[in-house]
Design a protein around this ligand. Structure first.
Ligand code: BG6
Length: 495
């Protein structure tokens, strides 16, 4: 059996009528099905408040699959066979009746003989429902499935969507509730960035290439920039963003995960706990900042009206469900230091912003220059510091910048790039992050999911930056469609 082949199970999605289910989860499951990875005996049970029939639910999801599937639905027979595995159960998330319904679905003889009693719960609801759902699952005994005769005992696992808490205290409470009901190895805290091919390539690039691996330290690197820029604004999520802000929405999760993979030591083995041990060590090494140092090490911004691709767009304060005097950040740049043997005194800049000029997620390592620039003696002042950029998305690839002599009678040094592009080297689009992560949760591999201590360490660093907006300076305004506030270049200490 291929280790990536998934066992039969029932995937119970709480928040079955939500956007995430329609746009991401079910299209990803369908793509796994179309490629033969989703076990044909499995079932999907959507749970949400509104009442509807299985058929109505299937039609809603079919529409999402047609729009968002990577593979497409040309094979009608296979598409309809997939839809027939989908079921719906209406109910409130805090009502025990909902869970009686789920339990009778899971224990139905025809379901059990197909799924061997395996269950995977996916919490894709608003975060305020996470704890009530976990408690109800525990109370109904759904976290420990009923054994059935001989053979491998059935499993039950839970996937928890982000945001995992809204600060350190709430993350600890959520972890406590989860671990009262499930064991850590049953819990899969999802961060979809870890499912991206190019994020997984960070470790392969570092650890499979001695030339680059040997440069990966303070002796050669002068600073590291990790940037997640989006040209999108609120897309109807203004109410959520007013509560979250970009530190909670992007930095605590996605940027910290990418930073930890960039900075970590090689693991003792390429498996879940060894990798997560090293990521936690990075988070434990972050240099603590005093109250006074915090504001000096963060630049906060908020977008004002501007243009994206020549089209006028509203400012953050004009977005629906956003207060007209909101002080919530839609952009941050943070300077942090990983205080360990490898990285001491190398600044790591984490930059995230909405309504920037373009979508770009990139990691750039800037390398030190020679202390003695010999070409100055020949009156050439040109400087091209070496840098390595890993493009996570879009235009996925890696490029290395170096200086070369401009063909001319005079001495000039120009920048040039050695560039690798995934698109040019590989045909077809890689699996979506959710495909990879759902498949891993189904087979029980937690390497690409966050462990409880990882999440808590990330929150313990971020929480002091989250003080109430009234207790910190107003965010600087930047025009939508630009690269952030004007003060950014100085903050980054760019030469
Ligand atoms: C989500 C955030 O986790 O990630 C969104 O809540 C953000 O605000 C999204 O737009 C970005 O994901 P991606 O995969 O498009 O980079």
């Amino acid at each position: 059996m291929d280790p990536k082949e998934t066992p039969p199970l029932t995937l119970v999605i709480f928040g079955g009528s939500g956007d995430l289910t329609r746009r991401k989860l079910v299209p990803a499951l369908y793509d796994l099905w179309a490629e033969g990875w989703f076990n044909t005996h499995s079932r999907i049970l959507g749970v949400a408040r509104r009442s509807k029939t299985h058929q109505e639910f299937r039609e809603e999801l079919a529409d999402g699959i047609r729009t968002f599937s990577r593979i497409g639905t040309r094979d009608e027979g296979s598409f309809h066979a997939f839809l027939s595995r989908i079921f719906y159960q209406a109910g409130d998330f805090d009502d025990p009746k909902t869970y009686y319904g789920i339990r009778s679905f899971l224990n139905d003889d025809s379901v059990r003989s197909d799924t061997r009693g395996n269950a995977l719960y996916y919490l894709a609801t608003q975060p305020s429902y996470f704890i009530p759902i976990i408690r109800q699952l525990g109370a109904m005994g759904l976290s420990t499935p009923r054994e059935q005769g001989e053979g491998t005992p059935p499993f039950s696992r839970v996937i928890v969507e982000k945001p995992f808490g809204r600060d350190l205290e709430s993350a600890i409470l959520l972890n406590t509730d989860l671990l009262n009901v499930f064991r850590e190895e049953q819990v899969f805290r999802i961060d979809h960035y870890l499912g991206k091919e190019t994020v997984q390539n960070i470790l392969v690039f570092r650890l499979a290439n001695p030339v680059f691996g040997s440069l990966w330290n303070r002796t050669h690197v002068s600073r590291v920039e990790i940037r997640v820029s989006e040209s999108l604004g609120m897309e109807g999520r203004g109410g959520y963003f007013e509560e979250a802000g970009i530190l909670r929405d992007m930095v605590q999760s996605h940027l910290f995960q990418v930073m930890a993979l960039t900075a970590m030591e090689p693991p003792v083995a390429f498996e879940a706990d060894s990798i997560r041990d090293e990521k936690v060590k990075v988070l434990r090494s972050l240099k603590p900042l005093s109250k006074d140092e915090i504001e000096a090490n963060i630049l906060r911004g908020q977008y004002a009206p501007g243009k994206i691709d020549g089209i006028p767009v509203a400012g953050y304060r004009e977005e629906p469900k956003v207060a007209p005097d909101s002080r919530v950040e839609t952009f941050v740049a943070m300077r942090i230091e990983v205080q360990n043997w490898r990285w001491a005194e190398v600044p790591f800049y984490l930059i995230a912003g909405k309504r920037m000029s373009r979508k770009a997620t990139e990691i750039t390592l800037h390398f030190r220059e020679y202390p003695f620039a010999i070409f100055r003696l020949a009156h050439c002042e040109d400087r091209v510091p070496n840098s390595l950029t890993i493009r996570i998305q879009p235009n996925e690839g890696i490029s290395f910048r170096f200086g070369l002599k401009r063909p001319s009678a005079q001495l000039h040094i120009d920048p040039a790039d050695m560039d690798f592009s995934y698109e040019k080297s590989y045909q077809g689009s890689p699996p979506d992050a959710y495909e990879r992560l759902l498949q891993d949760a189904m087979i029980g591999d937690s390497t690409l999911f966050a462990r409880n201590d990882e999440v808590e360490k990330a929150w313990s660093y971020i929480t002091p930056f989250l003080s109430a907006p009234g207790n910190r300076p107003d965010p600087l305004s930047y025009t939508a469609g630009t690269d952030g506030p004007d003060a950014l270049a100085e903050f980054l200490g760019r030469p």
